[in-house]
Design a protein around this ligand. Structure first.
Ligand SMILES: C[S@@+](CC[C@H](N)C(=O)[O-])C[C@H]1O[C@@H](n2cnc3c(N)ncnc32)[C@H](O)[C@@H]1O
Length: 407
């Protein structure tokens, strides 16, 4: 056993002592003891706790790998997440004004992917353990919406029916306004007997849609989501903001960012989380790589009332970004790229005259890189807001606004 001071938190939320030595579930400022194993500290004991240490509200926290930061106060986590964004920006020479963080409440996650497997007695479902592949059952999880947590036995039932002896079934369950939207992957190949059994199970449960790999098994009601009240039925497994709270905060931020623009392009538009609410006040062109998501967006627009015109375009924005002359027709853009960011697209935007951009990012490093390209093209970063819909995790999401200094 040796003694160590924890200096900082790593990007995965582990404490780091000199070495570097990674010490899970520790906080900066703490003195700990433990056994060094490679670059990790095992059997960690806290000798002098941080003032930011709190008792984790969830009894599964120590074993479950779902949350990383339940042992730290909300204020500490908020400051740590904002600081990561500040440091990513400052590495690019950018300073920013920060709006107060918006953190989603406990028990608000509306989608989860449960790991499930058959056991000798039946089946089990939960999340992988901390730094392990073992499934930890989480009947009292504090993260998931209660209706989603109540669906965990369904993941077990699916594994009992269609799991192989060795492998895991990954069961993604999303709350929709019509019941559970379920997508299972990694189970046995579908045969007639399994299809009948799965369809029977779907009939007994509050399942709106059940898909096994890519095969639709049951659709009691198309599972709808609401984007600012506008109903859309996303394709199975399609991207959805993690909490209704996070979606509402990000949508409000994007509407505010683009102000009274009359023509907006929503790039990386998904199923229309921002495009459809924006269409209450502007004509919107939604561009996205997945055609099925755009069909869902278009279907939502056609059934909604009172929206301005929305057009869609399936396009790979990494290989084929909108060019400056195509961007000229918009008074504002919204971008919400995947973790890789939007480098090719922002290079074109930097050459354009579009006055205002709303930007949502789930990766501070690629965001800062893209912000530097925009800044070199004459844009100012007006504000940044960390939107923490991944409460208790090390994951970071943000909204930002850019505008042209001189048009
Ligand atoms: C973070 S999601 C945002 C979706 C949407 N804005 C929302 O809030 O629901 C990123 C989106 O980018 C899309 N995407 C990923 N790579 C892409 C690419 N190369 N070209 C166009 N769209 C892409 C994904 O399909 C996904 O819908």
């Amino acid at each position: 056993m040796t003694q160590h001071d924890i200096l900082r938190l790593g990007h995965q939320g582990d404490g780091i002592a000199e070495g570097p030595l990674f010490a899970p579930l520790t906080l900066p400022g703490e003195t700990v003891s433990g056994t060094v194993e490679g670059d990790r500290l095992r059997d960690v004991r806290i000798l002098a706790p941080s003032e930011h240490r709190v008792a984790p509200p969830c009894r599964h926290f120590k074993a479950c790998g779902g949350c990383q930061l339940m042992h730290a106060s909300d204020d500490f986590v908020a400051g740590w997440k904002q600081d990561i964004v500040i440091r990513a920006l400052s590495a690019q020479g950018i300073e920013a004004a920060f709006r107060p963080i918006a953190t989603s409440p406990a028990q608000s996650r509306r989608r989860a992917t449960f790991s499930a497997r058959r056991t000798k007695k039946g089946a089990m479902a939960g999340f992988h353990g901390r730094a392990s592949g073992v499934i930890v059952e989480i009947p009292d999880c504090h993260l998931l919406h209660p209706d989603l947590l109540a669906a965990r036995p369904l993941a077990e039932a699916l594994a009992a029916l269609g799991g192989s002896r060795k492998g895991e079934v990954s069961v993604q369950i999303t709350l929709s306004e019509d019941g559970l939207d379920v997508l299972a992957r990694g189970g046995k190949p579908l045969d007639r007997a399994l299809e009948v059994a799965l369809a029977e199970l779907a009939g007994q449960q509050r399942i709106a849609r059940l898909v096994w790999e890519d095969e639709p098994i049951a659709m009691r009601t198309p599972p709808g989501q609401r984007f600012d009240g506008i109903r859309v039925v996303p394709p199975p497994g399609a991207f959805l903001q993690a909490t209704a709270h996070g979606q509402a905060v990000l949508t409000a931020a994007m509407i505010e960012a683009v102000g009274g623009a009359g023509h907006v392009a929503d790039l990386f538009a998904g199923c229309g989380t921002f495009a459809l609410p924006l269409a209450r006040g502007a004509e919107v062109h939604a561009v996205e790589g997945e055609a099925a998501m755009l069909r869902a967006l278009d279907g939502g627009w056609r059934k909604a009332e009172g929206l301005k015109k929305v057009t869609t375009e399936a396009r790979d924005l990494f290989r084929n970004p909108l060019l400056p002359q195509e961007l000229e027709r918009y008074d504002a853009l919204v971008l919400d790229p995947p973790r890789a960011g939007a480098e090719a697209q922002v290079r074109q935007i930097a050459e354009s005259k579009v006055p205002v951009l709303g930007f949502v990012s789930c990766n501070p490093v690629t965001f800062a890189r893209d912000a530097a390209v925009l800044r070199a093209g004459g844009y100012l970063l007006d504000w940044v807001q960390v939107v923490d819909q991944f409460r208790w995790s090390s994951h970071i999401e943000l909204a930002a606004r850019f505008s042209r200094a001189h048009i």
